[in-house]
Unconditional design. Structure first.
Length: 347
């Protein structure tokens, strides 16, 4: 009889000790703030669930190019369709492809909506390039004009084979909503991001965040630490995650008082870096020139290059995301797009 009495007492004692241990080891865990500690318990099931709402997005834009000599003295003010027609270069077709990340935030009645960055799915209608003087100063005379002929936004082929529509865009904050009406139900369940929107303005130095995205085309979850919280009046911030191209549009998730209390606190908009011009050989045939051989004396060209400062990424705040969606919500509801799960209040 004694054995049956001791076992429950022992269990109660162990549970009590566990609570005391958590309280001693994590004294600020239940402070109502975002956690700066590494999660103390497994979160794989929640992270896997979130990953199903993360999609890769590709944008392909095509242009027809028109070129002008300096003697033509074509400016934007005297540029007409007739001038373009005379100077059309039929074989100068330029294609520009951008890859990024999008998150499913709405799916009801076959209407699919995703959140991403504006620069991932946007492309200018017309691109102008100008002649320069011998000392490098720009002139008002056009060297080339590229006019967009097509613009397509795609998700993973298994989810949607056609092009998506640009539903709403805010170029200032680099935010966009894309969507489509699926003709058929996908072969698998479309997962909508269902965790609450958090408050970026409550982030602090050292807040721990999980980040989802498609760097280099691979779906990845990584971790980061918040720096420079509230770096502007909109609540944007920096994270130190090591990312590369394709991460734009990825979401940042903070944890409030432990797993599984994830909240979306921001979206990655850009990696820090710089753009510079390099003088390189005109030919792209590597066999013609080796840096270890004698100095190159052939024709040269200027190539624009981008150098990424890995380890620093900028994020737009959840407050800016919420304002953006609310601004277009009624208009999109009339088209059949709803965000019931995504805009649920925080419990």
């Amino acid at each position: 009889m004694l054995r049956f009495i001791l076992v429950p007492l022992l269990l109660v004692s162990l549970i009590g000790c566990t609570r005391v241990l958590y309280k001693e080891i994590y004294p600020t865990l239940l402070d109502g703030k975002y956690d700066s500690e590494f999660p103390y318990q497994a979160s794989s099931s929640q992270l896997e669930e979130i990953s199903h709402s993360i999609q890769r997005v590709n944008t392909i834009s095509s242009y027809h190019a028109y070129s002008f000599t300096l003697d033509d003295q074509v400016t934007r003010s005297n540029l007409t369709p007739e001038v373009l027609k005379r100077r059309y270069v039929s074989d100068a077709r330029v294609s520009n492809e951008i890859a990024g990340t999008a998150t499913v935030i709405g799916y009801e009645n076959h209407h699919l909506a995703l959140l991403t960055c504006a620069h991932v799915v946007d492309a200018p209608d017309t691109i102008f390039a100008y002649h320069r003087t011998d000392d490098g100063k720009p002139t008002p005379y056009l060297r080339s004009v590229s006019v967009r002929t097509s613009h397509m936004i795609f998700l993973t082929a298994s989810l949607q084979s056609g092009s998506l529509e640009l539903l709403a865009i805010d170029r200032q904050f680099d935010l966009a909503l894309i969507g489509t009406r699926l003709v058929e139900e996908p072969a698998f369940r479309v997962s909508v991001f269902s965790y609450p929107l958090g408050k970026s303005k409550e982030l602090e130095w050292g807040t721990f965040v999980y980040i989802f995205g498609y760097p280099a085309g691979y779906k990845v979850v990584t971790k980061g630490i918040v720096s420079s919280p509230n770096r502007d009046r909109h609540g944007s911030f920096l994270v130190d995650a090591v990312l590369t191209g394709g991460s734009s549009g990825g979401i940042a998730l903070a944890i409030r008082d432990g797993i599984p209390n994830f909240e979306l606190v921001g979206m990655l908009t850009s990696l820090t870096g710089r753009i510079w011009n390099a003088i390189v050989p005109l030919s792209t045939d590597d066999a013609e020139f080796s840096p270890s051989s004698e100095p190159y004396s052939g024709p040269l060209r200027v190539e624009r290059r981008r150098e990424i400062h890995y380890g620093i990424a900028q994020a737009i705040s959840s407050e800016a995301i919420l304002r953006f969606i609310e601004r277009h919500r009624r208009q999109l509801q009339q088209k059949g797009y709803t965000f019931t799960s995504f805009l649920q209040p925080r419990p």
